[in-house]
Write a protein that binds this ligand. Sequence first.
Ligand code: NI
Length: 173
Amino acid sequence: MVKSVLKMGDPRLWQQARPVERFDTPELHALVADMEATMHHLDGAGLAAPQIGVDLRVVIFGFEDNPRYPDAGNVPYTVLINPQLTPLSDETCDDWEGCLSVPGLRGQVPRWQALRYIGFDQFGQAIDRSVEGFHARVVQHECDHLDGILYPMRIRDMHFFGFSDTLDLSRKS
Ligand code: NI
């Protein structure tokens, strides 16, 4: 079922979400189905459970050639639960991000260029991937939601934050 997405300013988006303790349950499968329906309905690249008001460490992401992210390529559809991220080097890069909880806006955010993420899917199967570039960026953005962090909190230069129909998105900081 498509759920409404909480918007920036709602204090539920600032909470530290709780770990999932039981996998492969009807409740968890229903949550993942709701998140998937909501993300696709809004044509998003990812969604975290707190964005639909559920206080659990569950994110989903993935897309194929999303027109909102023309240079992003493909990221496989992934359900990631209780994630842990480890950067693979000190290298960071800045690029534009948007968020379904911050509609109409974009900002340039520094992220680790390459990282390893581990966690579980909704069946309790382990996930262990090393990724880079936009895939790494999406994972970091979504997992930030689980710690109550929205991307505008990470913007270093506020000249690179604004409305997506006004900003020059080819500009790099
Ligand atoms: Ni977001």
